[in-house]
Design a protein around this ligand. Structure first.
Ligand SMILES: *Cc1c(COP(=O)(O)O)cnc(C)c1O
Ligand code: SF4
Length: 348
């Protein structure tokens, strides 16, 4: 008898879809029936941060609309060019500096692992556009040093996987980490920050579901959707799968001019998320990275928008408006500086 050959490793379906992502801006525009000029396409230059968008996400864009809110998040545009004061390549410098062993431990009780630098989509407003990361991450043969750090610090009860997108790692690779986490008695919660269930919902396949369901930790998945049109039936299905595997689902969004700086849009986003069993968590003010200035929304307007949401929606559908300020011990909530508070400050 001829012994059976081992099966060649088949890429999983989501990995196949990942590889088939659109990377040519002209192809994307052709699919949408748009001209480069109408869409303000960035003339071909090497930005070091090319277009990348899964086909399923592109299918949710409205053909013929150069202002489509999903398109604007991914298309390299001429508006990115030019220096704007305050917008730097190193807007989250401390993050990069501390990522050496992949562990960022700046908030009490929580340690964040930069699991990988990869994402299925390149979002134009992301600080990641200036950090290709190489393999400076916790996963690159380095779970070991990350795990060592976590094991030695009994104050850490929650491990946050971030990136990049941690779900770009294969499920067996995630399982390797999780097994080590489970063996650390003081780690009780695993939180995963990911945009993949939104941009490539096929990632939440049976293999992943079964792994997550069996994981003996409290599980929190923080999704990243910015606009209700991102959430189609496949995304809702992925959310349902995550919930039935025992995860608590939250969403963080980034406030983006021209994309979601509108009370109607934000209200619909919250309601659509709830249909997937996802509660809005944070609405972030933009990180001030070079090339993203055209997305900025000023603080006064951001506060007005959240105020409008508060009057229209139940409290649990109103996200917290925050900004990341390097060196602060938590995310910083945005607050209106009202006259009476200023007065108190002066008297003191
Ligand atoms: C945002 C962040 C966290 C998590 O903060 P929460 O307010 O708990 O969501 C943890 N570590 C780092 C480095 C962060 O930037
Ligand atoms: S880290 Fe998140 S926001 Fe940044 S490019 Fe990846 S998916 Fe987009």
């Amino acid at each position: 008898m001829i012994p059976a050959m081992p099966l060649p490793a088949q890429p999983r379906r989501w990995q196949q879809l990942w590889r088939e992502a659109i990377t040519d801006p002209l192809e994307l525009l052709a699919l949408l029936g748009l001209s480069a000029r109408a869409a303000d396409l960035l003339p071909a230059t090497d930005t070091g941060f090319p277009l990348r968008v899964p086909r399923g996400f592109a299918a949710r864009m409205r053909p013929g609309d150069p202002a489509d809110p999903l398109l604007l998040q991914v298309l390299p545009q001429a508006a990115e060019l030019g220096d704007v004061p305050g917008f730097t390549r190193d807007a989250v410098g401390d993050l990069d500096a501390r990522a050496a062993n992949g562990v960022l431990h700046k908030y009490e009780g929580r340690a964040l692992l930069v699991a990988t630098g990869s994402c299925a989509v390149n979002c134009r407003y992301c600080f990641r556009r200036h950090f290709p990361y190489a393999e400076e991450t916790a996963a690159a043969n380095r779970w070991r040093s990350a795990i060592g750090h976590l094991r030695d610090d009994a104050s850490v009860s929650e491990v946050i996987l971030s990136g990049g997108d941690p779900l770009s790692l294969s499920t067996p690779k995630l399982a390797e980490l999780a097994d080590a986490l489970v063996s650390i008695p003081h780690v009780r919660r695993l939180r995963i920050h990911t945009r993949l269930p939104v941009v490539l919902p096929e990632r939440i396949d049976a293999e992943f579901r079964d792994w997550l369901a069996a994981l003996p930790l409290q599980k929190i998945v923080v999704l990243h959707a910015n606009h209700p049109a991102e959430i189609d039936a496949h995304v809702i299905e992925a959310c349902t799968t995550l919930r039935t595997a025992g995860a608590v689902l939250l969403n963080q969004a980034v406030l983006l001019g021209g994309v979601n700086d509108d009370a109607d849009v934000l209200a619909r986003l919250s309601e659509r998320l709830l249909e997937g069993g996802v509660l809005p968590y944070y609405l972030h003010q933009l990180d001030r990275v070079a090339g993203a200035a055209h997305f900025e929304v000023d603080d006064a307007r951001a506060l007005d928008l959240v105020e409008a949401l508060r009057t229209r929606l139940p409290g649990y559908l109103v996200p917290k408006l925050v900004r990341e300020i390097a060196g602060e011990p938590s995310k910083t909530p945005l607050q209106r500086i009202d006259a009476s508070m200023e007065m108190t400050a002066r008297i003191r």
